[in-house]
Design a protein around this ligand. Sequence first.
Ligand code: NAP
Ligand code: MG
Length: 396
Amino acid sequence: MIAMRTPLVELDGDEMTRVIWQLVKDQLIAPFVDLRTEYYDLGLENRERTADQVTVDAANAILRLGVGVKCATITPNADRVAEYGLSQMWKSPNGTIRAILDGTVFRAPILVRGIEPLIPTWTSPITIARHAYGDIYRNVELRTAAGEKAELVVTARDGAERRVTIHEFDGDGIVQGVHNTDASIAAFAHSCFAYALDTGQDIWFGAKDTISKTYDHRFKDIFAEVFAQYRERFAESGISYSYTLIDDAVARVVRSSGGFIWACKNYDGDVMSDMVATAFGSLGMMSSVLVSPTGAWEYEAAHGTVTRHFYKHRAGEPTSTNSVATIFAWTGALAKRGELDSLPELTAFAHSLEAAVKDTIAAGELTGDLFGLSTLGAKRKLGTQEFIAAIASRLA
Ligand code: NAP
Ligand code: MG
């Protein structure tokens, strides 16, 4: 039995991933690790019961203890308010946690034999880092009418105004205002460079500074300023940082063999992460980690609670839900805890569990989503529980 020192912050969640969460703990971790966690139940019922205080408490616990592992959670919409009898439409837990950690999300595909990327040269994972603040996600926008003039006005504390004309409309149109802050861009840059060092990967950043000579150019400049603090450590680690126009970055990514981090502005990251995830295979194979600029780590699967499968499970029907990204959230957190607490056997266990997952898939024992994608000759479709049991038998 492997001992732990500092507890992991455990954030339980909803629906099918909550079912998988318990199976993974019971069958893949508890038999080998004397698991210590500080448990927060972010299941929607408990968020309602605690008026969402549990989410805030969990995020603060991650800042305090350094490493968390999170199950997927429901972000309520109008349907969920009715389904769960909610007193209000609670905010996205991931949004709340990200705001408290001030972090950057890194998403990387898990590569396995038999699931070939749609781009054949992508032999190593491409990790996307998405800046999660501002730009169009915090915009204001209006429709305009013929004869109207749109202006950009900035007012100083003393009332002094700066004003530029955006457009004088001859016909009907639209106008939009967006912003970002130096502090948020710098925090993003710090998280990106720290993660590149942590994982030993090159990092690229692309924006549209040739067209947006003030806005996007500011991103480029801040990245360059922050990088000055990392230059030496990058050289020692043999990794590099490069800035290029976003168009050029896209072209280079497609021609690449993977194995690097691609830092993206908010919108680019939103769009490109879906492109990269699809090209690498299944959503069930995307891992995700939120890294705060102060060095707190939260690991999770990139997918949601897999509601459609949960309704089948609840109705007693068989399911074949992919647990790989959830397992890798646990292994990421355990490996990081092992590293921070100088417990190499804990980190080694996490890597053995990852290897057992990959061996299971390479042996053709697959969940339904992977069965459709696998190029292996001999393959077998397993149920949700069976797949986890197959990994457990390899691990033992
Ligand atoms: P989802 O849970 O990611 O599932 C969308 C579809 O993708 C599933 O119906 C399934 O397709 C496939 N899929 C995703 N993960 C899979 C897995 N592990 N194994 C097999 N197939 C998988 O997204 P959603 O249905 O849009 O959202 C469901 C709930 O999750 C929502 O309440 C949303 O708020 C929440 N959500 C949470 C997070 C988070 O906590 N990080 C992220 C996204 C969404 P098939 O049905 O075709 O098999
Ligand atoms: Mg998207």
